[in-house]
Ligand binder design. Structure first.
Ligand SMILES: C[S@@+](CC[C@H](N)C(=O)[O-])C[C@H]1O[C@@H](n2cnc3c(N)ncnc32)[C@H](O)[C@@H]1O
Length: 227
């Protein structure tokens, strides 16, 4: 079973209406979802967002996109699964600035800002995770990429974090880079790694890209130098 088929089946068989395997309203669209959104947008100003074309990589059912669409000029909801996008289209039908894109691993459209939450760690190998991150890096002037512990989100929490498989129903290999690995791979002045507790799952790595971050890094370097 390929990745696309897995996600088409996931939404039908395992996930609730909002694409998560929990029905906890605080997590699906309540205060924890809002906390996630503010972590993703932490280094963006609302005034700049209003003029930006934004892309969500792995938008699922539009659970987070519903909060971000009203804040930006245009939102491209991108997902590998047509079944997820179909739900997102219905859920976000009142937002006329949202467009939908089924991605097949090809280049992504150029955008001012991209974000991805609980999607990249489902890449089937370390190599495909880095290639997805590189596609986002090439497409977005700024981004926020989240890398989560897949086991906590998975329909079968008894499976290992690194490799999840169940007969012929699905097969997902998950890889989550450490903060150290992210820092080594994304070294330039525009990259920045932070760990946050975006909802109830504990602290997780977020990789940010943006011009504002280079100013923050210069400031942090100066503070370290002064000590
Ligand atoms: C757990 S859901 C999270 C959805 C959404 N970001 C949220 O927080 O509600 C993971 C989503 O990532 C999508 N996804 C997984 N691999 C992908 C890929 N290679 N390209 C695009 N989307 C992908 C899945 O189809 C699914 O909708």
């Amino acid at each position: 079973m390929g990745q696309r088929e897995f996600w088409d089946e996931y939404i039908v068989r395992y996930a609730g209406r909002h694409g998560l395997t929990t029905n906890d309203s605080r997590r699906v669209t309540g205060r924890f979802a809002r906390r996630t959104v503010s972590t993703l947008l932490r280094h963006q100003t609302l005034a700049e967002l209003k003029r930006m074309t934004v892309l969500e990589f792995g938008c699922g059912t539009g659970r987070l996109a519903r909060f971000i669409a009203p804040l930006c000029h245009r939102l491209i909801c991108c997902d590998i699964s047509e079944a997820m996008l179909e739900i997102a289209r219905k859920e976000l039908s009142s937002h006329c600035n949202v467009v939908y894109l089924q991605t097949d691993g090809g280049p992504l459209p150029r955008v001012d800002f991209a974000y991805s939450y609980a999607a990249l760690s489902y890449e089937p190998s370390e190599q495909s995770l880095w290639s997805a991150a590189a596609r986002l890096d090439a497409a977005a002037t700024a981004f926020c990429l989240h890398f989560h512990k897949v086991a906590n989100e998975h329909p079968d929490p008894t499976k290992s974090v690194d490799r999840i498989s169940r007969g012929d129903a699905y097969a997902v290999e998950a890889y989550r880079p450490s903060v150290k690995t992210l820092r080594l791979r994304f070294r330039g002045p525009v990259y920045w790694v932070e760990r946050h507790r975006p909802d109830v799952r504990g602290r997780e790595p977020f990789l940010y890209k943006g011009q504002r971050l280079s100013r923050m890094r210069r400031l942090a370097d100066r503070i370290v130098t002064c000590r």
